[in-house]
Design a protein around this ligand. Structure first.
Ligand code: DX5
Ligand code: ZN
Length: 224
């Protein structure tokens, strides 16, 4: 079985203290932090890029004794995903999630990402059918089914994306399947039931009085 992975999105955190926000989430038992990179072209918003990720990596260094700890999950909402692979790798990204809609050669891009030592994942927007991922899945470390239109935090979860997750889980029992957008205590039951095991949560975790409790609740639903 796939294991539960909870990845708070720092997009909902305090950008003036991103390093502290990452540490806070790891102290609350987050498995990964989710870093939303937006370029103002693929999505109508601007967030962070390689310089910020590089600074964050210095503030949150990898633990050589425990590989995979302090994992940076980079969600690349960019128009030209090939362009940023070397810089995100150098900056300290652990996983590079590109959007299927942004590339002409997804398999070539996966190879490029792996050549640069990162895990490779592919995301689909709500309007993109899930079957585009089938020829790719064997090459991927993770598939991301967006549950909002990418671009902004704090939107409502689209429950009608769950059949995509169910289809993927039925075909690929061991694949990491991530959902992103509007996840929290109210929406996790549907996502977990459909078979998602990697849960991104921004608003619901960062705005909670006790983020560790929300993280634990999300994990418990995936484990069930
Ligand atoms: C949206 C981003 C998400 C977002 C999730 O484009 O990809 O990662 O930060 O935030 P919430 O959980 O608030 O919907
Ligand atoms: Zn995201």
């Amino acid at each position: 079985m796939v294991k539960p992975i909870i990845a708070p999105s720092v997009l909902a955190g305090d950008f003036a203290q991103l390093g502290c926000e990452c540490h806070r989430m790891f102290k609350c038992n987050a498995d990964w932090v989710h870093l939303d990179v937006m370029d103002g072209h693929f999505v109508p918003n601007l967030t962070m890029g390689p310089p910020i990720i590089s600074s964050l990596r210095k503030a949150v260094p990898r633990d050589e004794g425990q590989p995979g700890k302090f994992f940076f999950d980079c969600h690349m909402m960019v128009a030209n995903p090939e362009q940023w692979v070397p810089e995100i790798a150098d900056a300290g990204g652990d996983q590079y999630t590109f959007h299927y809609e942004a590339t002409k050669d997804p398999v070539g891009l996966v190879k490029l990402i792996k050549k640069h030592g990162m895990k490779a994942a592919c995301a689909i927007k709500p309007g993109t059918p899930v079957d585009v991922l089938y020829p790719l899945a064997e090459h991927l470390d993770m598939a991301l089914v967006m549950t909002v239109e990418p671009g902004f935090g704090g939107q409502s979860f689209m429950a009608d994306m769950m059949p995509k997750v169910e289809n993927l889980r039925a075909k690929y029992p061991h694949l990491n399947i991530q959902v992103d957008g509007g996840l929290g205590p109210k929406t996790i039951p549907a996502a977990a039931k459909a078979g998602a095991n990697v849960i991104v949560a921004g608003t619901s975790v960062f705005k909670a009085e006790k983020p560790e409790d929300v993280i634990q609740l999300l994990r418990d639903y995936v484990t069930k």
